[in-house]
Design a protein around this ligand. Sequence first.
Ligand SMILES: Nc1nc2c(ncn2[C@@H]2O[C@H](COP(=O)(O)OP(=O)(O)O)[C@@H](O)[C@H]2O)c(=O)[nH]1
Ligand SMILES: [Mg+2]
Length: 279
Amino acid sequence: MLEPIRKAFGKAAALFSQIKNAPLDDIEEILLRADVGTRFTRILLESLKGKRNDIVETLKGDMVRLLTVPKPVETGIKPTVVMVSGVNGSGKTTTIAKLAHRCSEHESVLLAGADTYRDAANEQLAVWAQRARVEMIMSQRGQDAASVVFDALTRARSQGIGTVFVDTAGRLHTRRDLMDELVKIERIIKKFKPDGPDLNLLTIDARLGQNSITQARVFSEAINLNGLILTKFDGTAKGGALIPICNELKLPVLYLGVGEGLDDIVVFEPEKFVSMLFS
Ligand SMILES: Nc1nc2c(ncn2[C@@H]2O[C@H](COP(=O)(O)OP(=O)(O)O)[C@@H](O)[C@H]2O)c(=O)[nH]1
Ligand SMILES: [Mg+2]
């Protein structure tokens, strides 16, 4: 894999690579330190009992199995709609810029700036839109977020745009009004796409590890999420937390954010991920 990605995995890999030749007690401690969590550490250790030689291979196989959650199937009906939610600072806007940049290599892209809550949110997205060379629908602070999405989808349909990315305001589960706004945005999207957004994604700061699960659950109860993006994977050793996160939420991890630049995102593939952890 590419050097920057190898570097991004550095901290997590430094931990997992110690597993080779380690006794079971040490493996347990390493898994816990990697934030695999007690439940899944127990599951993983169970199948290592009595094994001598193929410990790493067994563990890798089990981890791949635990990280494999079916991914959403896109309908192919244009425009493809990608909605991104998550708490403040979890990396929504940056992630949209990265995905839009990738996507714009093969089709037209429109960004909907539906974060109408925070000052300067639109300006930030606009800077990214320029860098990624994609179109954007701006909004005013305080404007109805759902109406921005409506405008974006109307324009996308009339202009035959390939993919629309919807950037939303960061919110905490304590803010009921903001959670309601997400539900409303989802409803507007359903007027254009009866099944809802093709990708309904939640960004999670990987540095939070398992602590992100409670927060994430509030989102998954309000809207129909179908995928996760773990951001800021660079600079965390908590790579093991992906196992409890995707299993507790029953959602696949689709991408990992590995830096602040436009190209710093990788498609999540369980086999590759696990082999990077042990490299
Ligand atoms: N190191 C690192 N920083 C990231 C990543 N994704 C986002 N960030 C940073 O996290 C901060 C918040 O990101 P932003 O996209 O504004 O979050 P939002 O509030 O959810 O829209 C910014 O400083 C980003 O540069 C990532 O994958 N790695
Ligand atoms: Mg933002």
